[in-house]
Write a protein that binds this ligand. Structure first.
Ligand code: PMP
Length: 443
């Protein structure tokens, strides 16, 4: 029935239908169990979002408690208690200045909202012509049309180009792939941005960035100081800064938000994924009072933000998000991520000596291991070799689930993973990489 009726996301169904399908029945802690009862470590946090593990009593209880009251109403002209309480908590922990919370239900919708807010902000202020966006090469912000427009991963986004608006693209600082290393990569990014803003700032509404770690582009960590400089340039030239913290938010990078790592205060910030501990689809676009204020007017002035979704501010989702944030604080999880990250870094370091491991990039518990055909020249494996797919297939055979990004093996474990669990997961990673790249394992 799976093969007959399901069309899976980001999946060539012909490949999928020829492979052995994995059907998950339940989860417990960092493990997922398939219908045959086999256990797998959730090595990518079920697409980068799980925080506390699966089937967590406190989170289950938050949902069932709320379920006994109301599953959903709407935020159209009314409110609900969990949505109000969560908004207050988010404002408390968010980077300085973000004081208003707009709900939606996925990272992509949160990004759409940020783009539309930025666009309308300037119109409402009576500033004409600031309609364009700046984005970065290899950026990923979700799969709806606006989010795809500011995306720049050719494989995912090129097909739709004729349907999209065109952003100004600047290089993302990729130290491993830049001849001059980190400093030169950063300089290239900043000079491209400076030049663009010097000449076109009056046409530009906002810059959107994945702060500190570019996720789907290959888990690429920015050189230190780069985000701060990007933010400063935006401020200097009167361009709004949108931080897309969908992947990096809620402790993943070793800070509550990646922006905190460089004390950056964006004008708009999008969060999703880990907000509910990875339990239910809730996303949020946070805005400053300055942005909100441009929409606050008499109805006749036509400054209202006409945007919303049926499930906006869903009380079940907000209730579990509140419980997740409470657990994060009680268990001191952000600090825990930093300790665990050092452990993983030490564990993975010897892998760099292997013949086909080109680069290991890590920020907190967000890790990418880039496999290369030739280490000396850094020449990548050919696409047809599907080295990433094969490696994750081998990892699954060894008992851990993850998904590759091309030739980059992603390791994004649940934040609650213990050191013993991280130890076992990194062993599987290393064995899968060696067995595919050195021993020629091919399923
Ligand atoms: N922005 C970033 C940085 C992401 O990594 C993702 C998802 N991987 C999204 C947006 C889109 O989120 P969603 O899949 O919930 O729409």
């Amino acid at each position: 029935m799976n093969k007959a009726h399901l069309w899976h996301p980001f999946t060539q169904m012909k490949d999928y239908n020829n492979a052995d399908p994995l059907i998950i029945e339940r989860g417990e802690g960092v493990f997922l169990y398939d219908v045959q009862g086999r256990a797998y470590y959730d090595g990518f946090s079920s697409v980068w979002l799980n925080v506390h593990g699966h089937n967590v009593p406190e989170l289950n209880e938050a949902i069932t408690d709320q379920l006994g009251r109301v599953a959903h109403s709407t935020l159209l002209g009314m409110a609900n208690v969990p949505a109000i309480e969560l908004a207050e908590q988010l404002v408390r922990i968010a980077p300085k200045g973000l004081r208003k919370v707009f709900y939606s239900d996925s990272g992509a919708t949160g990004v759409e909202i940020a783009l539309k807010m930025a666009f309308q902000y300037w119109r409402n202020k009576g500033v004409c012509g600031k309609t364009a966006f700046v984005s970065m090469n290899e950026a990923y912000h979700g799969d709806t049309i606006g989010a795809v427009s500011v995306g720049a991963i050719p494989l995912y986004h090129e097909t739709f180009r004729p349907l999209l608006f065109k952003p100004h693209l600047i290089p993302y600082p990729n130290a491993y792939r830049h001849e001059g290393g980190a400093a030169a990569a950063m300089e290239e990014t900043l000079s491209a941005l400076r030049l663009l803003l010097q000449t076109r700032a009056e046409e530009i509404a906002a810059l959107i960035v994945e702060p500190i770690v570019q996720g789907a582009g290959g888990i690429i960590v920015m050189p230190p100081g780069c985000l701060r400089e990007i933010a400063a340039l935006c401020r200097e030239y009167g361009v709004l800064l949108i931080a897309d913290e969908v992947a990096t938010g809620f402790g993943r990078t070793g800070a509550m938000f990646a922006c905190d790592l460089e004390a950056v205060a964006p004008d708009l910030m999008v969060v999703g994924k880990g907000l509910t501990g990875g339990y239910l689809p809730v996303a949020v676009t946070l805005a400053t009072d300055e942005v909100y204020g441009a929409f606050y007017a008499d109805y006749e002035e036509r400054k209202t933000f006409f945007h919303g979704h049926s499930f906006t501010g869903n009380p079940l989702g907000c209730a579990v998000a509140l419980a997740s944030l409470r657990l994060m604080e009680e268990r001191n999880m952000v600090e825990g991520v930093r300790t665990k990250a050092s452990f993983v870094e030490r564990k993975l370091a010897p892998l760099l000596a292997r013949r086909h491991v080109g680069d290991i990039r890590q920020q907190g518990l967000m890790i990418g291991i880039e496999l290369v055909r030739d280490k000396e020249s850094r020449a990548p494996y050919d696409w047809e070799e599907r080295i990433g797919v094969r490696t994750t297939k081998r990892a699954r055979e060894l008992g851990m689930l993850t998904r590759p990004l091309g030739n980059v093996i992603v390791f994004i474990p649940p934040l609650a993973s213990t050191e013993a669990e991280l130890d076992a997961m990194t062993d599987i990673l290393a064995e899968a990489i060696v067995s595919v790249t050195e021993e020629g394992w091919d399923g």
